[in-house]
Design a protein around this ligand. Structure first.
Ligand SMILES: [Zn+2]
Length: 207
């Protein structure tokens, strides 16, 4: 895990000027995420997020904040709102995967995708998105947005941050030890900042 944090800091250091980094430990509170015995994703990613934040804070080129610094429940829209309030340049959302197969392992990095909004809508049922989000509520909201003039403005913003996220992806591609994917996670697509979601590894199924 230290290697991962070291690598991430090195990657962020590529960016010129001070960078406002919002570290987002996934899940929390009543939502524990994936579990393996007594190990819960929500606790694990909080620990990693704290260590990442501590490391980043030591470097004056980063201004760092966390979406949560305790084991508390936080909805996905809350996280996006926090990114906006903090004016984050980049949102780093931390998660841990689970797999029934013990042999599966590795870290995965997800970037914002380029799908049209209507298609993203379909993916809102994705497991990382289900938590505290009523799919119907967001489906209808997204669909109504499509017919709105504001959508044009939103689309321009989207293209801007997708471009930024892709440039992060390009920097990572040569040296990142794990896989890099694009996926329509809620926190990635709804935030105005560049955003990445990292599945830090797999929690093994308990025996
Ligand atoms: Zn998760």
């Amino acid at each position: 895990m230290r290697v991962f944090i070291f690598f991430l800091i090195g990657f962020l250091s590529f960016q010129a000027g001070a960078l406002r980094v919002l570290v987002d430990p996934g899940h929390g509170g009543i939502d524990r995420g994936a579990s393996s015995g007594s190990i819960h994703e929500s606790h694990l990613v909080l620990q990693i997020a704290r260590e990442l934040s501590n490391q980043l804070t030591r470097d004056p080129q980063f201004q760092v904040s966390m979406t949560r610094d305790s084991d508390r429940t936080l909805s996905l829209p809350d996280r996006v709102r926090k990114a906006e309030e903090f004016s984050a340049d980049i949102l780093i959302s931390l998660h841990a995967n689970s797999a029934p197969d013990r042999k599966i392992q590795g870290m995965e990095v997800y970037f914002q995708n380029q799908m049209p909004l209507a298609e993203e809508n379909y993916y809102l049922a994705n497991v990382e998105n289900q938590i505290l989000v009523t799919p119907n509520k967001y489906s209808s909201r997204l669909l109504s947005k499509l017919s709105d003039l504001n959508e044009i403005v939103a689309d321009l913003e989207r293209q801007g941050r997708i471009k930024l996220s892709l440039s992060f992806a390009e920097i990572l591609r040569g040296s990142w030890p794990g896989s890099i994917k694009q996926a329509p996670f809620f926190v990635l697509n709804q935030s105005k900042s560049a955003a990445i979601l990292i599945e830090v590894g797999f929690l093994k199924p308990s025996d």
